[in-house]
Design a protein around this ligand. Structure first.
Ligand SMILES: [Zn+2]
Length: 252
């Protein structure tokens, strides 16, 4: 079954964007002793749904398209699905086999001011080139600046989540001012973490810039009105060039 394309106010809503009907569900956290040791768990835990690789995960319903999109958020389970299956974070289709060199494109806001580092963990799923262009155009935090890399290998690494204090069972503040803390699967803290994102590490990174060619603005006149400029997208085949790479043609 092909993924459903969700549109809101004329904009395509990315696959990993949560909707207002998908707010996090409450769950009572308590101490639990499991096969891997002591850690946190839900009082009414159903491990097949609540755990992934031993980590406890936030509970969120899956109701995409219901309500309004929360454009600055991330749906935890669709993000995990995208990371685990190498799906595009915008259109939800696989990014495997979409490039001759088998590399994956990763794009993130340029908050750090530096490109992805070799072996750096990330919670940002990959994108297709055209979907990356759309995200850079429409996403405010990417429009302010972004970093992009073509990546050869992305092994699973850990999660980003809320770490709980083993003594008080209260959430601990993140050490770096972020909302979530990155925790590796091999770290004993993984059993004290309520996961909200899956993380992979990036290897074989080549920084690139993403540029669209062949999509020029056109001016039209609506009679009785003032001329307006519109940009046509997806009407004709366009060429996307990732600088430092071989140009490839896409039929939009
Ligand atoms: Zn895509």
């Amino acid at each position: 079954m092909s993924p459903r394309r969700l549109v809101w106010n004329g904009l395509r809503v990315p696959f990993i964007t949560p909707w207002s009907a998908e707010r996090m569900l409450p769950g009572t956290i308590e101490l639990r002793r499991g096969r891997g040791g002591v850690g946190i768990g839900y009082r009414d835990e159903y491990s097949r749904a609540d755990r992934w690789r031993d980590a406890l995960w936030v509970r969120v319903p899956a109701r995409p398209g219901v309500g309004r999109p929360l454009l600055d958020g991330v749906h935890a389970l669709r993000q995990r699905q995208a990371m685990n299956h190498t799906l595009c974070q915008v259109c939800s289709k696989s990014t495997v086999g979409t490039r001759r060199d088998e590399r994956q494109l990763f794009v993130a806001g340029a908050g750090s001011g530096r490109p992805f580092a070799e072996g750096e963990p990330t919670t940002t799923p990959p994108l297709h080139e055209l979907c990356a262009l759309e995200a850079i155009r429409e996403c405010p935090h990417l429009a302010r600046g972004y970093v992009a890399s073509l990546v050869e290998y992305t092994p699973a690494w850990g999660v980003a989540g809320i770490v709980y204090d083993p003594r008080t069972l209260r959430p601990l503040p993140s050490g770096d001012g972020e909302d979530l803390t990155l925790v590796e699967y091999d770290d004993p803290l993984i059993r004290w973490t309520l996961a909200a994102r899956a993380a992979v590490t990036l290897h074989g990174c080549t920084p690139v810039t993403v540029t669209l060619h062949g999509c020029t603005p056109v001016t039209v006149t609506l009679h009785g009105c003032t001329p307006v400029t519109v940009t046509l997208h997806g009407c004709t085949p366009v060429t996307v060039t990732l600088h430092g790479c071989t140009p490839v043609d896409f039929a939009a």
